[in-house]
Ligand binder design. Structure first.
Ligand code: KMT
Ligand code: NI
Length: 184
């Protein structure tokens, strides 16, 4: 996994859009992300390690998101548009990449710059509730990821706008990064 500032060039979202300015993963952690890698070829298998992380966090539910043309059928383009529309969630977005690759774009606060995070198989990413972000596939056009939740599995997102700006989940997020952004 690695990250860099997005170049803001208007071209296919699936291209790297690398501005050449790298971003440290520790900086993204300060912005509230949890980032780690559990290699798929870990000795003894990745499953016990991933199970342990899930248990520690109390995630009692999981499923596989198959973000491929075959997996999503007629909804493929529609779902991709939805993922790439800037949004936030009221719950954390927790994903473990099983195959394929893609990019999450994370909004830096308060600059509103996009930071692009490249994900590959074995990458584990937790995007906190209330942070603005979007997701795209790359040119290979496929990703399969485990999705974890506590309680019921359901997908709900809200596009950035006056409603999300006023959301208590957004407030909580901004509060959680105050230490980092004060004086920024
Ligand atoms: C989201 O909300 O941004 C997503 O779930 C992206 C797809 S997960 C591979
Ligand atoms: Ni999301």
């Amino acid at each position: 996994m690695h990250a860099y500032y997005y170049d803001n060039v208007s071209a296919d979202q699936r291209l790297p859009h690398d501005s050449g300015l790298p971003v440290e993963l520790d900086y993204l952690r300060k912005l509230g992300l949890t980032l780690s890698t559990v290699p798929l070829d870990t000795e003894g298998g990745w499953e016990p390690l991933v199970d342990k992380i899930a248990n520690e966090h109390g995630w009692d539910n999981r499923d596989t998101m198959d973000v491929t043309k075959e997996g999503l059928g007629d909804h493929f383009e529609q779902m991709l548009d939805k993922f790439f529309t800037e949004h936030m969630h009221n719950d954390a977005e927790i994903r473990y990449i099983l195959s394929g690759s893609g990019y999450w774009d994370i909004r830096e606060y308060p600059t509103d710059q996009w930071i692009r995070v490249r994900v590959l198989p074995g990458d584990f990413i937790i995007i906190p509730a209330g942070i603005y972000h979007r997701f795209t596939l790359d040119e290979h056009n496929q990703v399969k990821a485990l999705r974890f939740t506590t309680g019921e599995l359901q997908y709900s997102s809200t596009a950035r706008g006056s409603e999300t700006d006023a959301s208590p989940f957004r407030d909580q997020y901004l509060d959680s990064i105050k230490e980092v952004t004060v004086g920024a």
